[in-house]
Write a protein that binds this ligand. Structure first.
Ligand code: ARG
Length: 591
């Protein structure tokens, strides 16, 4: 379905053409002054020079040309100094646009003409380390972007890209060897089968890593052993690989449970270690092309460019001992991704502090031909989630906040609020509602900010049912659901009714907001910007609530009018549900 602004612009362009004015200036936009008009065209200002006329004269000519049309789509057209054209849409035109939108299962949005194959790299948890809030943003933003791109028809593969090839693995192996050194994994001569069951539980594993990490900071020899173990793991030592498999099987199960709670999912559960088989050939290729050289023992590729305004250091491919680095696995992962999936685009949703790493990796991948020029590599860097003190979010006692605790805090706060609002609520159903609404508070609190910005995580604000919050959206949706339910229970049915002309300003405003869905979603997908959906659905909720407070709906006696209201409410609910689904949460039936 054509976007409303395009329909209007094309209509205005007819008048420009009739007056022999350049049509490209006929572009109509949403009004910057909703108190004065709904739409405006600013083209006269730009045209003034070439037309040798004052902008207001051009605007007046266009306005009078447009006024000649008896079937105009406008009910008001005015030329305003210095040269604006202001419009108000005819109610019947808007009503028919909405009726058409309602018949369309995508609410008037079209899938892209040329779908792309896109890999989204998000989540990025490190195995054996518990998920912390730093990984929360990647998961929340990535999941929403995945849903948006899929909705537009792109073929998207989400890959969690586990961190499972770095020093943390060597630390775990070292600590384990100190505790359980007589296990066969540590005997280099052992050539039998290793046990099927892991030699530790997930709880033990989660305790081993911080212990080992703390020890390595104090004990240089311990750290050396961990580095050596990491290297041996990477070189393929059998026993260590077997430990890695155990760690992976336990961790992945645990991570999946956590992500499920967040309604985040992945198509691929690959990790850095899956890139290992590609490293040797990749390094050979770089050597053969003469693109890498040795620097202080390490193998590097220059990636600086003449136009750089700050220094971009060479990209390290291998350490002096031959061990691989974060850049190595990311490059080899690209080799693997190109071979297995040949994507048109690879998009990384990672903390913006890693930007330099990705600049190096992208440049190196293009320079060495791992990724052809035609494939787009994109880094979406997100900001930090801070506490109210403006510093990175911590627990009350200053430790790193675990994701599972954070979710619990939000749910508990939500639960309290539900009982405060209605002390009679059955505790079990209050818990269930708190889970659903808590997730909206968490995700909306994050997604409503432009991803690159830091934001303050404020449980009280996020869980409030007033203001620009997830719970506010859900309250609004639940309100609409409840009206529709009551209407149906009283035997009403509005099936087949068309949406009628608005009879009040607030109704017209609601209709105008709804009509912007297709343009908004197209733009949100192009810019991979979930916050655009947030802004849209928040405005839509405001428009609805305004309409609702001014209008009797269930008590309306004129049945036709009531049916039209019901259709409008149904469309509003459906568009809102579509939006929150793209953001990655759901609405309860009751609240
Ligand atoms: N595991 C990394 C971290 O915790 C994030 C991984 C991001 N993705 C990537 N392909 N490098 O910082």
């Amino acid at each position: 379905m054509k976007k409303l602004l395009d329909v209007i612009s094309e209509y205005v362009a007819l008048a420009f053409r009739a007056l022999e004015l350049d049509e490209q200036y006929a572009q109509v936009v949403w009004s910057a002054r909703p108190d004065l008009c709904e739409f405006q065209c600013n083209g006269s200002m730009a045209l003034a020079k070439t037309a040798h006329k004052a902008p207001i004269m051009i605007a007046e000519e266009v306005a009078s040309k447009l006024s000649e049309d008896r079937d105009s789509m406008f009910e008001e057209i005015s030329a305003v100094k210095p040269g604006f054209l202001n419009f108000k849409l005819k109610k019947s035109f808007l009503a028919s646009y909405l009726s058409e939108m309602q018949k369309n299962p995508r609410f008037g949005s079209d899938p892209v003409a040329a779908p792309k194959k896109i890999i989204l790299d998000y989540g990025g948890p490190n195995v054996a380390k518990p998920l912390h809030v730093g990984h929360l943003r990647s998961a929340i933003i990535g999941e929403s972007i995945k849903r948006i791109l899929r909705y537009m028809g792109h073929e998207v593969t989400g890959d969690v890209h586990l961190g499972d090839w770095g020093l943390q693995m060597g630390l775990i192996i070292t600590e384990l060897s100190e505790r359980k050194g007589d296990l066969p994994y540590f005997d280099p001569d052992y050539d039998g089968e290793y046990p099927k069951e892991p030699p530790f539980t997930i709880d033990e594993l989660e305790e081993i890593y911080p212990t080992a990490s703390a020890k390595s900071k104090e004990d240089e020899a311990y750290k050396e052993r961990a580095l050596a173990a990491t290297h041996e793991l990477q070189q393929g030592r059998r026993g260590y690989r077997a430990i890695l498999s155990h760690i992976l099987s336990l961790s992945v199960g645990d991570l999946k449970k956590n992500y499920e709670k967040l309604k985040v999912s992945f198509d691929l559960w690959k990790g850095e270690s899956d890139a290992d088989p590609y490293i040797a050939d990749m390094v050979e290729m770089m050597k053969a092309k003469g693109l890498c050289y040795e620097s202080e023992g390490a193998l590097v590729v220059d990636v600086a460019e003449e136009t750089d305004t700050k220094e971009i250091p060479p990209c390290m491919i291998l350490k002096s001992d031959g061990a691989s680095l974060y850049t190595t696995t990311d490059l080899a992962t690209l080799v693997m991704r190109m071979q297995e999936l040949s994507p048109d685009e690879v998009v990384y949703i990672v903390d913006k502090r890693q930007e330099l790493h990705f600049v190096q990796v992208f440049r190196c991948a293009k320079k060495t031909g791992i990724v052809p020029e035609s494939v787009s590599l994109e880094f979406i860097g997100f900001g930090t989630m801070n506490g109210k003190d403006g510093k990175p979010f911590k627990t009350r006692d200053g430790g790193v906040m675990l994701l599972s605790n954070l979710i619990k805090e939000i749910e508990d706060r939500m639960y309290e609020r539900i009982l405060e609002a209605d002390p009679g609520t059955d505790p079990k159903s209050a818990r269930e509602t708190a889970e659903i609404v808590g997730l909206s508070a968490l995700k909306y609190g994050d997604l409503s900010n432009q991803a690159s910005k830091d934001y303050v995580f404020d449980i009280d604000r996020f869980t409030s049912s007033e203001g620009n919050t997830g719970p506010y959206l859900l309250y609004t949706i639940v309100r609409i659901k409840s009206i529709l339910r009551k209407y149906a229970e009283s035997g009403g049915s509005a099936q087949g009714t068309e949406i009628a002309d608005a009879t009040t300003e607030s109704e017209k405003n609601l209709m105008l907001r709804l009509s912007g869905f297709n343009a908004m979603i197209e733009n949100a997908a192009e810019e991979k910007a979930p916050h655009k959906i947030c802004a849209f659905v928040y405005e839509l909720c405001n428009a609805f609530n305004h309409f609702y407070h001014e209008t009797k709906i269930l008590a309306e006696e004129d049945q036709d009018k009531q049916k039209s209201y019901i259709r409008l409410l149904t469309l509003t609910r459906d568009v809102m549900l579509q939006c929150i689904d793209l953001l990655g949460f759901e609405a309860p039936e009751k609240m």
